[in-house]
Structure formats: C-alpha cells, structure tokens
Design a binder for this molecule. Sequence first.
Ligand code: NDP
Length: 247
Amino acid sequence: MVSFQDDVAVVTGGTRGIGRAVAMRLADGGATVIVTYHDDEEAAEQTTEMLAAYPAATRVEPCDVTNFNEVAAVFEMISDRYGSPTVLINNAGTMENGLLVRMTPEQWHNVIETNLSGAFYCTREAARLMLRNRGGRIVNVASVAAQRGWAGQVNYAASKAGLIGLTRAAARELGEKGIRVNAVAPGYTDTDLIENTTSYEDEVEDYTASGRLATPKEIADVIAFLASETASYVNGEVLRVDDGLLS
Ligand code: NDP
C-alpha cells in the first residue's frame, strides 16, 4: 500500500461519504489527517471514532468552506500544531437541484460558494503554506457533471466545471514550485449527496460496465493515488472515475 507516513493531510468535508473514505485511506497510510466538516455533529463524532482506530494523529474540525475567515483560521491552527500541510483534498460539496427557470439566486450562490469558492479559499491558504516547503499535492473532487450537463443542475455543473478550470490554472501556476494540482471526476457514488437526485438508477444500470453505483472507497483510492508520490508526474489532470458512464 502507498505510504503517507510523513504527510500532513487536510480533507474538507471529510466526515461523510467520499471524504470520510479518503480520510481513512490517508490515516491508514500513516498520514496526520485533519478532517473538516460543516454542521453535521453526529457524522463528525462517528468519523472521530472511526479515525481513532488508526495510530496516526487525526483531528476533526468544524469549518464552513464558504467562510474565508473560518478557512484561514483552520489553516493557521493546522500550521501551528502540525506544520505545513503536504496534502489537501478539496472534497466538501453540496447539491441543490432545480430547473433553471425556477432556481433561486440563493440556490445558485450556495452551490457555487461551497463547491468552487470554498475550494479556492482552501487552496489559497494551503498553497501559501506548501510554498514554504516547495512541495505539496492538491486533489479537487469535481464531477462528471462538469463534462456532461444534466437537467436541474446548472449550479452544480457550473461549480464543478469551474473547479476543473481552477485545477488546470493552479497546476500551471504552482507546478514549478513543486505543488501538483489534479482533480477526479466521479460518477454516481453511493453517498448521502445523491439521495435527492432523481432517476439516476436506469442511467447507472445502462451506461456503467458494472451496472452499479461506485462505493466511496473506489473513489477514495483514486484520490489517494493522485495525492501520493506514485503520481509524481501527473499534474493538471482530471481523472474520470465513472465505470464508463461518459465513454
Ligand atoms: P456527502 O453529502 O456525503 O458529504 C459532503 C461533505 O461535505 C460533508 O462532510 C459535509 O459536511 C461537507 N460540506 C458540505 N457543505 C460544506 C461547507 N459549506 N463547508 C464545509 N463542509 C461542507 O457528499 P459526497 O461524499 O457524495 O461528496 C463529496 C464530493 O464528491 C462533493 O464535492 C461532491 O460534489 C463530489 N461528487 C459526489 C458524487 C456522488 O455521486 N456522491 C459524484 C461526483 C462528485 P456536513 O456533514 O457537516 O454537512
């Protein structure tokens, strides 16, 4: 298994779904793992208990990624207590579906702020610390929705397409400083997020090779690969993990 022994890793939205699976994978590899979440205290407590099973140092911390001051404070705390992060997984995300003509400005802004601005705030703060070490790995969790539009998701698709643009520009800017920036674009994954998404079952059955949803671990393993030194020559890439859904 790939080791993360000397890493300090930050996983945003790491208390449920894909983020939790990534946090466990990194902790299993020996990283010091700091997980952030928004407001689901029960999931945070469960995750704290799950991470305690690993010998690595772990911490679960509330931080609304849409609030720049909260993000800056968390990265300052991480830097003071654990040193500069070497890995950042921008995973925190939300979905508020609605037909374009009925979508409220609040629905638009909430999704863009969480999925795109939040990733920018965290990347900004992490990169400033990573630059001191001249090294780091950032993985952004985008979506196949960025590449193929689905009705009712203009806010979500735009946020994830924006995140891919951020990934490519940041990779170019930070690459020469030893910081790699990549993204994964998962297909439908078995988490709370898709509970309110309608009629994906037929699509998954017809267009994926396995005919089933991804497990969070299947996405987490690819994120861990991109966050590892095994992917040392991969930069500015968007890796689709969708079992052929968009092929
Ligand atoms: P979940 O809904 O299971 O988990 C979302 C996580 O993000 C939670 O920890 C949640 O915290 C956190 N979060 C949400 N809003 C904020 C915020 N404002 N500030 C900080 N944390 C926040 O989602 P998934 O695991 O399914 O999704 C993870 C990522 O993967 C997202 O970016 C999503 O868009 C992407 N993705 C998911 C797919 C899927 O099919 N599930 C497919 C493609 C991409 P809290 O628990 O406190 O609310």
